[in-house]
Design a protein around this ligand. Sequence first.
Ligand SMILES: Cc1ncc(COP(=O)(O)O)c(C=O)c1O
Length: 393
Amino acid sequence: MYRKTYAKIDHNVLTTNIKEIKEKYPDYQYYIGVVKNNAYHHGIKIVNALKEGGINYFAVSSLEEALNLRKYNMDTPILILEPIDLDYVYDCIHNNLAITIEALEDIKVLDKMKFSYPLKIHLKLDTGMNRLGFKNQKDVEQAKKIISENAKLELEGIYSHFATSGITDKEWDNQLEQFLELTKNINLKEIPIVHFGRSLTLVNHKKIDFCNGIRLGIIMYGFSQSKKHPTTFKEKLRESKKHHIQKKLHISETMTENELNLNTAFSLYSTVMSIRKVKKDELIGYNASYKVEEDGYLATIPIGYADGVDKSFETVKIKNNNFPIVADSMDMISVLVDKSIQKGMEVEIFGNQILISEITQKLNTNAYHLFNQIQNRVPRIHITNGEEEEINY
Ligand SMILES: Cc1ncc(COP(=O)(O)O)c(C=O)c1O
């Protein structure tokens, strides 16, 4: 690494998170780790830490992502969540990749193709999100029939995806009903993996009895979305409003609190690159956007909006103290510091001291978007049992 701006990815935290999730929610056979988008921008190398914690299946978006994952892990099964161009199913067979099929016509095409080894298929059902999947019960039944009559097609799974948390809306219950409607003439027990839920579903709802798989995304990376027990007047009011809506809409029982003890594995750092003295009324940055209020010191840090960080992060931590960001640009930010700060010191953008949840609040965003925002030009330092490996994605 030449430019001292980097993300640290702590593999032990991820392994511990998975163990914790499995301990508190032990009733699934398949814990499917969703590692699309380069493992939510942590870096796909983390797959083995997830596996060590107990993830026994992976899910990615595309064939490209699946093949990239195979460079780090050869044996764990992988599901590609987006339908792929069927010309490439041979690559899937050779790499032990299961594909998503979301329309009957694709099953008919596959039925005419010749394979030496069976192709693993998961049928995706559209239960209300209107993004992908079978919407018609007869099509699902016919797809299952065609697969069962073709020795080179293997129906490994069936699944759908929840659009909402179902805490204050009826949509979650409607989707569940629609799943049962679409599969009412199918014996789900004959299908090895039935999966529907995602992170929020795991913690907010009772286990869906016909599912033996759960797809875990953001929760693995340290976000259980749990709310603490309401204590303030405002929190209690919000809780009582929620109960009122749930009763009115006849929403099935939900849990907003959970006992999961998870941590984030992703922290972001840079280094003080330059220090200058500034005087009252001097101007800083593009468009002379900040006017110095009193004589002091200004640090220039090599991280900017091209890395995913700008003035809206508001502060950074140097030597356990908060300092304000007063200007930003593509590659650098300017931070008002004090005399104690010197060139070469480590700067925490977020991590142990500035929590990701603080940043997402400031940016009015969520962890999914924040992780995605930290660009691949920031090298990831993967830490496993104290050993560091730098990976440039
Ligand atoms: C089909 C599918 N399953 C599971 C997930 C994981 O969701 P979460 O991160 O909310 O657990 C995603 C994420 O986008 C998804 O698209």
